[in-house]
Design a protein around this ligand. Sequence first.
Ligand code: TXA
Ligand code: MG
Length: 329
Amino acid sequence: MAHNQDAASHPLFRQTRRLTGSAADVARAATVLRHGGLVAFPTETVYGLGADATSDAAVAGIYAAKDRPQFNPLIVHVPTAAAARDIARFSDLADRLAAAFWPGPLTLVLPLAAPGRLSRLVTAGLDSVALRVPAAPLAQALLRAADLPIAAPSANPSGRISPTTAAHVLAGLDGRIDALVDGGSCAVGVESTIVDLTGPPRLLRPGGVAAEDLEAALGQPLLGPETGPAPERPVAPGQLSSHYAPRARVRLNATGAVEGEVFLGFGPCPGATRNLSETGDLMEATANLFTALHDLDNLGAAAIAVAPIPDHGLGAAINDRLRRAAAPR
Ligand code: TXA
Ligand code: MG
């Protein structure tokens, strides 16, 4: 096939409509979703790439747009815990976490309630489903207007840094998705924490809710992804080591930059190229993480050196993403 092929004739080419958070634009975005289209939208964690979770074709579009290598299960977004109860079975522990943290940056993996409405592609054929009730007002408005469960991984090409602004989304997916709802920056800045409740509570991915806060609400410790009874679940795409990769190499626990590096600081770091939080505030650092990585990557340095980040609370989510960004590819 000719490599100078007109973009518009490429099977993946879609005119990406820029939408605002106005009521009229949210209604437009909902219409696109109801017709099986792909809409990027802001949540409080990161921008999601949404599609109708009940449509195989719409969900397949997510994988195509992201160029995702495998069909891994996706998180399904609903506006309320009541809507989540139509899709999955809630245990007492699930009730407790939903009451404490929804809406918010927590995803629960629960047994699917039969008979399923969801595309098998969303659950990758599993008998469980990952559900989230996002808190961001624009996400809430869109989910209510669409009146559908919405599958939404982060709105970035597979393996790249997650987007926390509309500009990040366009840099990766312009021309590959139908619409983008611009809602400014995401307040939390890393993906949701994922807890699997199909067995003893297990932390599958650290994220926007600190594991310590979940354990306090559960009244028991969480198993880690690889501890306790053998998990029979597939390895999560977020668990691929090369996920969240900037183009630049990443060097962790650095005390400063060497020749050819830029320096990402945390706490007092005179001379840092960027600082996640000069006061050492983990919440501020989480919110700044992906934007800082995007910006530093765009400077074109060979490597990004990163100051040590404490590993408690939200620091666990930051370090998880940084280790993946630093992993050999
Ligand atoms: O913050 C977030 O969670 C963002 C925003 C857009 O909401 N969404 C997000 O979605 O990160 P996604 O689809 O990329 O997350 C997929 C994660 C993977 O780690 C996947 O393995 C896990 O959810 N997951 C989904 N269904 C699962 C299941 N049935 N069992 C175990 N893990 C599951
Ligand atoms: Mg992602």
